[in-house]
Unconditional design. Structure first.
Length: 151
């Protein structure tokens, strides 16, 4: 399963807003620049995320976007499901109305597709934006530590 560019942009936008949580509203231009997202496309994505309650906005010169919920309370999987729909490796696992398959009920691959779906959901839905912020912070700290024998 490949995530669409729109979904990747949505994830990066929420991540950037989450990173700056508590700093006040963040302007679209700042989010776009920090995450290399086309501003016009970002505006559309943020509107959609706002409708989903993931982000909020404030108008005016001090306006911008901010988190609608805590970064620890939003999983990557929630954003993916909101933007893309159900998560899965093949349509027949995510689409219960898929009776078009001639192997429906006898497909030898179904156990594997379900395991793959469960694994993806496990990673996506157990990873919060707070987890990603912490991971980035740790990564930056690790890069700053250079052992003396490398200098």
């Amino acid at each position: 399963m490949f995530l669409s560019q729109k979904c990747q942009y949505a994830l990066r936008a929420v991540f950037e807003i989450a990173k700056r949580s508590g700093e006040g509203p963040i302007k679209i231009e700042d989010i776009a620049k920090a995450q290399a997202i086309p501003p016009k496309f970002l505006a559309t994505i943020l509107n959609q995320l706002k409708q989903g309650g993931f982000v909020q906005s404030r108008r005016g010169s001090d306006g911008g976007y901010f988190m609608g919920r805590s970064p620890s309370g939003i999983s990557v999987g929630e954003i993916i499901r909101f933007i893309e729909g159900p998560v899965g490796p093949v349509e027949c696992v995510t689409d219960n109305t898929s009776g078009d398959c001639p192997l429906d009920g006898t497909c030898v691959f179904m156990f594997m597709w379900r395991e793959a779906q469960a694994a993806m959901e496990n990673v996506y839905f157990k990873t919060s934006f707070k987890d990603l912020i912490d991971r980035e912070s740790q990564s930056l700290n690790d890069q700053q530590f250079i052992p003396m024998y490398f200098i």
